[in-house]
Ligand binder design. Sequence first.
Ligand code: NAD
Length: 356
Amino acid sequence: MNNYKITLLKGDGIGPEIVNQAVKVLDKAADKFGFAVTYDEALLGGCAIDATGVPLPEETVAKCKASDSVLLGAVGGPKWDNQPGNNRPEAGLLGIRGALGLFANLRPSVIFGPLKSASPIKDDIIGDNMDIMIVRELTGGIYFGERGRKEVDGQPAAWDTEQYTVSEVERIARVAFDLAMKRGKRVTSVDKANVLESSRLWRETVIRVSKEYPEVELNHMYVDNCAMQLVRNPKQFDVIVTSNIFGDILSDEASMIAGSIGMLASASLSGGKLGLYEPIHGSAPDIAGQNIANPLATILSVAMMLRYSLNQQEAAEAIEAAVAKVLETYRTPDIYEEGLQKVSCEEMGDLVCAQL
Ligand code: NAD
């Protein structure tokens, strides 16, 4: 029997509540699909600052590296807002991504049928099966390039650098093409090649990598057009692959199309088996400790972990189907609609387990 070692980084705010529900669901899936899971907990973010003085203790990095996969709740909160920038909870988040070499961020934007009305986009534009996967390069580009201040025309000015090497583009392109092979076999590469030299290199490289995937249809889109197309006709997309900064912006736009922040999962991958899985939302300090947070984004992150790191496709699909079924009748307060039953964070976890 496969036995997977998972490190839990519950974090701050609602982090522990939502991770506990996701663990319950993972245990139930393990029972049902015949694999075992062992957990180890480690500190990240504000709770790590309180216990050790730093947001990312060495021990946390070591535990994550020694595991098959990592499940993260969320970090941060007002208690740590006055920490210096490099010692804030969010610095721990960037630190762990760097330490694990997580260069690919996967953000699916999927609408569950019963939640269609939560989307700000009209029903006929979304259709019945909108399912976009945004693959964002996570460790390169302008967020990591050289930057500085200087004087221009006698006044202060500032500059940042967008730079990509061929190998950085090749590896993210391969992640996107591999994913497309398991999905709709279409990749849209988003760049600004009409203006930026870094985008021209990006595009040439993606085209070259695409030759390894003759079954996948590749098209290119400028980022400004993509931002427009996402709300005009989101159904046209299967996998979108793009740079760090463009992906940052487009993935937030795409997540709004899906409606509710409490529903959206994400994965960060290193190319090997190890991945870090987390909801896209933050630690929601305003509702922490009240047992009303929506645990579904974290539960769906577990489904992604099963699919992309643990190779348990059937279990992943079963969790997603269970979530869709439960949503027909039960809702946490953030996605509540009249006529349905309002449930707590814990009850939602139990309902998904029961449905599994
Ligand atoms: P947030 O995502 O925590 O909350 C935004 C709003 O959405 C709040 O009203 C919150 O109650 C609600 N919300 C979020 N998740 C929910 C859930 N699962 N169920 C029900 N409602 C939910 O964003 P914020 O308020 O801007 O940030 C709060 C803290 O989280 C800050 O310290 C921020 O730095 C941190 N943060 C962490 C991450 C992360 O850990 N990956 C991401 C974003 C923000």
